[in-house]
Design a protein around this ligand. Structure first.
Ligand code: COS
Length: 426
């Protein structure tokens, strides 16, 4: 099996030859048209043509990249290990491109998973070429981490639906042609906290819709961010859509959002690894060049200790990301034919990699001394670029809740029925 050199280690256990071939194509030279580019629309287009990166978001049957052996035969046929490689490469070259790519995925994967054949044919070929950009409209002013409490409403009217509500912090908004909108369709009131039954009813009342961003009743407003990143607010006022705009089952929206996030949270970890790898490279270049006290900084033990910690944390993060992606791609489907749940592993990868990248980049800034905080230096830019990754697609704190829930459920499932209560001798 071909070895895939991701850093100082090879990870042949998790990757296959086709991944090595993809990684070999994702060179800084190949991605050079994205480096330093600040026009989001242009960056979004280039990733379609000529770079062909969106092929990894679209099933092979609709022109996308082959998902490889071992995948569910059709609908969920997106290879998360390929996403991971693309995002680590983009993270090193252009965090702006990486963010647009990720949201193109969030805005199309629900169509891959739950779309009708007509919806898939109407959307996915243009997603592939980059003629069409998508967005994932989940977050609201009063519903961020607590998805079940969202308030945007879709009211049944005649043979369609009427959407009213507000979404905020929606990436790709100024560019997006279509929006995957999560709205409340059931009679259950939005649930904040409360008992499991109440929250369950709140979740069961959420449905996804595929809405044209130019549809009557939709308005968008950009929000300025601390880094170059297309993001904004959406308002739905009497926005009428046909029933054919519904994505999946009525009431299936919460699960669809979570399934989408499971796949893409893994790749957030990969993007963080890309940014951290870039910072480590910059730090090594700096400490081997810069001389103080008569020798290169790299001769100092404290500097070496920093480098050792940075490299080890980066490789640990890469291993967690690779493990989650491999499991997502290869674990047997559930009884309903859906991709295996990897919520715990995905949350571990996302949490650890983004937190580690923040620490690695912070140390790279420290090693650069005063130049590390001068606008325009690479590490200063990375220091700003990494920050949103610990928040978006589920904060670090939410990942901890998911991980704890996952391991407790696993422990309960493995406990024999006749085991004495914890703390008591058998
Ligand atoms: N795949 C399939 N089903 C899933 C799922 C997944 N990945 N995750 C959850 N579900 C289903 C389960 O069926 C679960 O039912 P059970 O009660 O049978 O276990 C149900 O959904 C509820 O799951 P959970 O109990 O975990 O829901 P909560 O409302 O308590 O909390 C969190 C869910 C907090 C984890 C969720 O709201 C979340 O991820 N929040 C962060 C949102 C986010 O990432 N926002 C960023 C937007 S994109 S930038």
């Amino acid at each position: 099996m071909t070895k895939l050199a991701l850093s100082s280690v090879d990870l042949p256990v998790f990757f296959e030859e086709r991944h090595a071939a993809l990684a070999a194509r994702l060179t800084p030279e190949a991605l050079a048209p994205l480096a330093g580019a600040s026009d989001a629309a242009d960056v979004a287009r280039r990733m379609g043509e000529p770079l062909g990166l969106y092929a990894h978001l679209v099933p092979e049957a609709l022109g996308g990249a082959p998902a490889g052996a071992g995948h569910a035969a059709d609908r969920a046929a997106i290879d998360v290990r390929s996403l991971v490689l693309v995002r680590e490469a983009l993270g090193q070259v252009s965090p702006l491109a990486d963010a647009i790519f990720a949201v193109q995925g969030l805005g199309s994967y629900p169509v891959v998973l739950a779309g009708s054949d007509a919806q898939r044919r109407a959307i996915l070929p243009d997603v592939l070429s980059g003629r069409r950009i998508g967005a994932f409209a989940l977050t609201e002013p009063e519903a961020g981490s607590d998805v079940a409490s969202l308030r945007t409403e879709a009211r049944r009217e005649g043979d369609g639906w009427v959407l009213d509500g507000e979404k905020v912090l929606i990436s790709n908004v100024p560019l997006a042609h279509h929006l995957v909108v999560f709205a409340r369709t059931g009679s259950a009131a939005p649930q904040h906290g409360g008992d499991a039954g109440g929250r369950g009813a709140g979740r069961a009342a959420i449905t996804a819709f595929l809405v044209d961003s130019g549809a009557p009743g939709v308005s968008a407003e950009p929000l300025p961010m601390s880094v170059p990143h297309p993001i904004g607010r959406l308002r739905f006022e009497g926005c009428r859509v046909p029933d054919s705009a519904r994505l999946g089952e009525v009431g299936g929206g919460f699960k669809l959002a979570m399934q989408t996030l499971d796949a893409f949270r893994i790749s957030v970890g990969a993007a963080a690894n890309g940014m951290a790898a870039r910072a480590l490279r910059e730090a090594i270049a700096h400490v081997t060049r810069r001389r103080q006290f008569g020798a290169p900084l790299s001769e100092q033990q404290m500097v070496r200790a920093y480098l050792a910690e940075m490299a080890t944390e980066l490789d640990a993060a890469r291993l967690l990301v690779a493990r989650a992606a491999h499991k997502r791609d290869t674990a047997p489907e559930d009884a309903g034919g859906a991709a295996a749940r990897v919520s715990t592993e995905a949350a571990m990868a996302k949490m650890f990699a983004t937190e580690a990248a923040q620490r690695i980049i912070d140390r790279a800034v420290q090693l650069h001394g005063g130049m590390g905080v001068i606008e325009g230096t690479e590490v200063e830019r990375l220091y700003r670029e990494i920050r949103p990754l610990r928040i978006y697609e589920g904060t670090t704190e939410i990942q901890k809740l998911i991980i704890a829930k996952g391991i407790l459920e696993r422990a309960a499932a493995e406990r024999p029925a006749d085991e004495p209560p914890p703390g008591r001798a058998p």
